[in-house]
Design a protein around this ligand. Structure first.
Ligand SMILES: *Cc1c(COP(=O)(O)O)cnc(C)c1O
Length: 431
């Protein structure tokens, strides 16, 4: 099994967190998002403990809400000692509705509107990750008007492509987020920021990418950020107290993907950081990480009912399911790999080569192509694994399909966390 929380019971059914997926689909309907809360909690603990053990006091992980965001998730994150990234007022609203402490929120975004800034300040959001000069000026003014001194981190781009491990790859500097170090613009950004009366600059933020399986790209980022921090200390007398290294440890979508040793990587990163700081006689900053995918992806799966099988003789066979790109657009968008399982007949021979198609009026609405499954029949149950991240949050009402429900599995019990949309929900905003 791809993950330890998955198993097969005596009926040959797939289980998650000990619960039979066939029972879950019978009880809550399909398509259905299932999220193993215990796995989410275990993933949170891995980060909280490793950062606590290896990094300076005050270091902790922030969950990136763009990976998964619903009210009921936030009490779980809070109780596990996580902070949270938010990228929009809607995410702030959701986190606060879930009772999350605003001081542990970190507000991202490359185009925060004046309304967004106002809303976040009024909500008491603890930290802004300031993306650019415009935001810096507008935030300083808004904070001043409210008599607030707002804590900020400055987003800089170190210019690293984590997948080629090539430092100073212009491809990565050339992006819409943050201010590049290499061009000298980040130095001017920091200079302006530390001169702002209503902002307290704690340090820098950088996010180098996603699906990273080793510590090395993060170490490269640390090298560049420390050089830059040292330069800023010399030029401005400004010392970084917090370094936020962004998100990105990878997860396994297929058996062929490696298993990431998160504590081992954090330990390696901390040693690298401490050596780098010692060489410069620089105080070791607190470290923040922003995992999204690696907190929730492997805790989730999606269940679908099979509608039918279509074989085009001499070409290929399709198994059609009652969801698709509306609940998981990632294959349609960028051919994301997934493991698909026959949830109700796990012990059957997988000798039928097929493509899993959704139900939308779009030939690109596929979940996975050319995989091996048992020959399916109508009403069979299919599970797509590792869908806890970037599925629910990227879902849509295309073709006016209702969004599926989301069920949390905890200590052998299932409870509804997000109910299935109804037709009334679909027309709720239509006047
Ligand atoms: C996407 C993103 C993350 C989360 O990335 P994962 O791959 O889901 O861990 C964290 N921080 C920022 C700034 C991001 O854009």
């Amino acid at each position: 099994m791809l993950y330890d929380n998955l198993s097969v019971n005596e009926l040959g059914h797939l289980t998650i967190g000990g619960l039979d997926t066939v029972d879950l689909a019978d009880r809550f309907g399909a398509p259905l998002y299932v999220l193993d809360e215990d796995q989410v909690r275990a993933n949170c603990r891995t980060y909280v403990q490793a950062l606590g053990q290896y990094m300076p006091q005050g270091s902790y992980p922030l969950f990136a809400g763009k990976a998964l965001c619903f009210k009921g998730l936030y009490p779980i994150l809070d109780s596990e000692g996580m902070g949270a990234d938010v990228v929009s007022p809607g995410e702030i609203y959701t986190a606060l509705a879930g009772g999350f402490p605003p001081e542990k929120l970190y507000f991202h975004g490359n185009n925060k509107t004046d309304e967004d800034i106002q809303y976040a300040l009024e909500s008491g959001v603890g930290h802004f990750i300031v993306d650019n000069h415009h935001e810096l000026e507008r935030l300083d003014r808004a904070a001043g008007e409210m008599g607030i001194c707002q804590k900020v981190l400055l987003r800089v781009t170190p210019g690293i492509d984590p997948h080629t491990l090539q430092a100073i790859n212009t491809g990565r500097i050339d992006c819409q987020f943050g201010v590049p170090i290499e061009t000298g613009q980040a130095a001017r950004f920091v200079q302006s920021a530390v001169g702002m009366k209503n902002l307290e600059v704690l340090g820098f933020h950088s996010h180098i990418g996603s699906q990273i399986f080793e510590a090395e790209p993060f170490c490269d980022a640390v090298d560049i950020l420390l050089d830059f921090a040292d330069q800023m200390r010399k030029e401005l007398g400004f010392t970084v107290r917090v370094l936020n290294l962004g998100g990105g440890f990878g997860v396994r979508y297929k058996e062929s993907d490696p298993v990431v040793d998160i504590p081992g990587n954090i330990k390696a990163l901390s040693e690298h950081l401490k050596e780098g700081c010692a060489a410069k006689d620089y105080p070791v900053p607190q470290i923040l990480l922003e995992p999204g995918r690696s907190i929730v992806a492997n805790a989730g799966l999606t269940l679908y009912r099979v509608g039918g099988v279509k074989t085009i003789e001499g070409y290929r066979s399709y198994i059609t399911v009652n969801g698709g790109m509306t609940d998981n657009p990632r294959y349609a968008l960028y051919q994301a790999p997934y493991t698909v399982l026959p949830a109700d007949r796990m012990n059957d021979q997988r000798d039928f080569q097929c493509t899993i198609a959704g139900r939308c009026c779009e030939s690109g609405d596929l979940i996975q192509e050319n995989i091996m499954m048992p020959k399916a029949e109508r009403d069979d149950l299919i599970a797509v694994l590792t869908t806890g991240a970037y599925n629910f949050t990227m879902s849509s009402n295309y073709n006016r399909l209702c969004r599926p429900a989301l069920v949390l599995v905890h200590a052998g019990q299932a409870r509804l966390a997000v109910r299935r949309q109804t037709f009334e929900d679909l027309i709720a905003c239509d006047l």
